[in-house]
Design a protein around this ligand. Structure first.
Ligand code: PMP
Length: 662
């Protein structure tokens, strides 16, 4: 068995198939600086680097030297339950770097998700303790009154229908207990739509993408409340709505009256200042200013997830320092990824001293956390990033300006293909448009399903030895009918040179030209194992689109839908790959590849036509199911039906009344 087969058999079967279908199934055996090296010695310019880990490049010599020297000195890695001096120094440094007066206590862990999990646990405990104390206090108030009335044989009137003292006490006690349990079993966290915070049970609850979440919702009691990054007023509404209301009794004359105590069920709001997995989307400054103002009026602990944005990625140690959030001292800051200098697995949760629960350092521990080796590597990394008056961070900003400039020029050249270029520092994203109506149906469909960005990544890897990736979310088929953005994630190291940036942008230029030319063949020939000459790719032939989308025009009286799928390879070429008519290729190559890739594609609404007769207009919608007959017969009806329904719902038009036809 070779490594690919081993990986497919013993590690990740489906992912391996996707990587194979996209020819991203490389094995890298070395990594140095800006490059990954394959088994066969090819050097690949890496603009992914663990989605943000390698801000200093792969295996930075000083970081590696630090690790080697630590190991050579016999560093104490396993010494739980002792004073961890390297972690102590690192924690102090991190706390200082926040600029906070009172400072932070730092909980170390082994990954990003764990550092989020620690923040969530702590935030929950803080609010849980408050609610419990209040609930217990109110229970004492109730019992005190109960005993007073009983002892003094008072004749009193109870609220509601209660006539009897014992019933009154039991009912109120039961009600308050239910409110307490409501908090305990339904703590609310506010997060942004598009957020990604990791894949452990609670971090996953505040990760927006439903495909990741839906099979695991019940694992954690956290109730996420997702807010649009452009509608911050929703945050205040949620804080107002999500409350547990307790009542306590007071004796007024001979009447017992009830008074409310409202306690929020919102334990925290969690946010990235730039949504990473969510498409490299910076949260607007207005939204962050709103949060700052809201915090001045209302208690709302903030967890700032700097796992991807932190440690230099955006040109600062903490990304929030470059936003309106710099005005506040957040309750929690989570770090990981680049903190490990690209070689250590380390997470850090900074917890503000104002709210730190002293028990937490005993309640929340982990065997490998706080090991001296990772802490030394992380301290070294921070040292490299901040020395010489933050020279490395300045370098990030310089490179960013150059890269952004080149990408914006590309956007001006291809306005119908590039919707947006965005991000900060060396955390940039290029969002492709949903493609113009005169684009190839294959490009349009893969654009809607996020696959186009992976095809671009595949092309750049094949012909330009350059590695970019789309958000991993793109790789999941799910949420049938929902568009998945095609975003290129560009997260190079600070050490990238201008020449290397040029090489990447020139490659991107070439691939955009191919897409603009509707030339499916040049984009995917390598995936079929078909040769294309450099000249054919660099001067790709323009192929006029055979199947443009027809825009909806005017009033329609009725609407029908047809579901079609390619019954033969010729039909597939006719509809999805017309450019193939201009080249020579082997039918079985396309068929094999299509059988591999199509299972990662979903049915998609591709076209509407309008039939007019005697003032009656019928809209005719076409839903294209990409699968060949063999695949369809292997499928269980259930999942296919669901996918087709999803595509039908996503025609983007209201009053849908689709019929089906063959
Ligand atoms: N938060 C953010 C913002 C992230 O980007 C990631 C990882 N992509 C995580 C949390 C989870 O980190 P890890 O994969 O180390 O668990």
């Amino acid at each position: 068995m070779n490594n690919v087969q081993q990986y497919k058999t013993h590690c990740r079967p489906k992912l391996t198939e996707l990587l194979q279908a996209l020819k991203l199934d490389k094995t890298y055996s070395r990594a140095e600086g800006n490059y990954l090296q394959t088994d066969s010695g090819e050097k690949i310019l890496d603009l992914v680097g663990g989605f943000g880990c390698t801000i200093l490049g792969h295996n930075h010599p000083e970081v590696v030297a630090e690790a080697i020297s630590a190991l050579a000195q016999g560093v104490a890695i396993n010494a739980q339950g002792s004073i961890r001096k390297e972690s102590a120094q690192l924690a102090q440094r991190l706390s200082e770097l926040t600029g906070s007066q009172r400072g932070y206590c730092v909980n170390f862990s082994n990954s990003g998700a764990e550092s989020i999990e620690a923040a969530i646990k702590h935030a929950y405990k803080v609010q849980f303790d408050k609610v419990r104390r209040e609930y217990e206090r109110l229970t004492r108030v109730l019992n005190d009154l109960y005993y007073k009335i009983e002892r003094e044989q008072l004749e009193v009137e109870f609220p509601g229908d209660n006539k009897d003292l014992i019933d009154f006490r039991d009912d109120l006690d039961e009600y308050n207990l239910a409110q307490f349990e409501l908090f305990q079993n339904n703590p609310v966290m506010i997060a942004f739509k598009g957020a990604f915070h990791g894949k452990t049970s609670s971090a996953l609850k505040v990760t927006f993408n439903k495909s990741y979440r839906e099979a695991f919702e019940g694992l954690s009691a956290i109730q996420p409340a997702y807010v649009d990054i452009h509608r911050p007023e929703q945050i205040a509404e949620i804080v107002d709505e999500q409350i547990s209301t307790f009542y306590y009794p007071v004796l007024i004359g001979t009447r017992v009256e009830l008074r409310p105590v409202r306690m929020t069920r919102v334990i925290a709001m969690i946010l990235e200042v730039i949504l990473g997995e969510g498409g490299i989307r910076p949260v607007p400054d207005d939204t962050l200013s709103y949060l700052v103002e809201l915090k001045s009026k209302q208690h709302l602990p903030l967890i700032i997830d700097e796992i991807q944005t932190g440690c230099g990625r955006t040109g600062s140690i903490f990304g929030y320092h470059d936003t309106p959030l710099a005005e506040i001292e957040p309750e929690y800051i989570a770090l990981s990824k680049a903190l490990g200098g690209g070689i250590s697995k380390i997470g850090a949760t900074l917890i503000h001293r104002n709210i730190y629960d002293d028990d937490f350092g005993i309640l929340h521990t982990s065997t490998f956390a706080e090991d001296d080796l990772s802490a030394r590597v992380a301290s070294k990394t921070l040292g490299i990033l901040t020395r010489d008056d933050n020279a490395m961070l300045k370098r990030v900003r310089d490179k960013s300006a150059y890269l952004l400039d080149r990408l914006h020029t590309l956007q001006e050249r291809y306005p119908t293909l590039i919707k947006n270029v965005r991000g900060r520092g060396l955390m940039l994203g290029v969002e492709l448009t949903s493609l113009p109506d005169r684009s190839s149906p294959f490009f349009r469909a893969s654009g809607k399903q996020g696959v186009l960005s992976l095809l671009v990544a595949s092309y750049l890897l094949e012909y330009h030895n350059t590695r970019i990736l789309a958000p991993l979310t793109t790789m999941l088929k799910g949420n049938p009918g929902k568009s998945r953005l095609s975003i290129l994630r560009i997260q190079p190291p600070a050490t990238i040179s201008r020449e290397e940036i040029d090489r990447f942008v020139d490659g991107l230029h070439e691939v955009l030209e191919i897409i603009e030319n509707n030339n499916e063949y040049c984009l995917i020939a390598h995936l079929l194992g078909e040769p294309v000459t450099d000249d054919e790719r660099k001067n790709s032939r323009h192929v006029p689109v055979r199947w443009p989308v027809v825009e909806e025009k005017g009033h329609i009286d009725s609407r029908v839908g047809f579901i079609v799928h390619p019954t033969t390879l010729d039909k597939l070429v006719e509809y999805y790959f017309p450019s193939f008519h201009h080249y020579e290729w082997q039918a079985e190559h396309l068929e094999n590849w299509w059988n591999l890739i199509s299972r990662f594609l979903e049915p998609v609404h591709v076209k509407s036509t309008y039939i007019k007769s005697n003032d009656f207009t019928i809209e005719n919608n076409l839903v294209f199911v990409p699968y060949m007959p063999d695949y369809i017969t292997q499928q269980k009806n259930h999942s296919l039906t669901q996918e087709v329904q999803g595509a039908g719902q996503n025609t983007g038009r209201r009053h849908h009344r689709a019929g089906t036809g063959g």
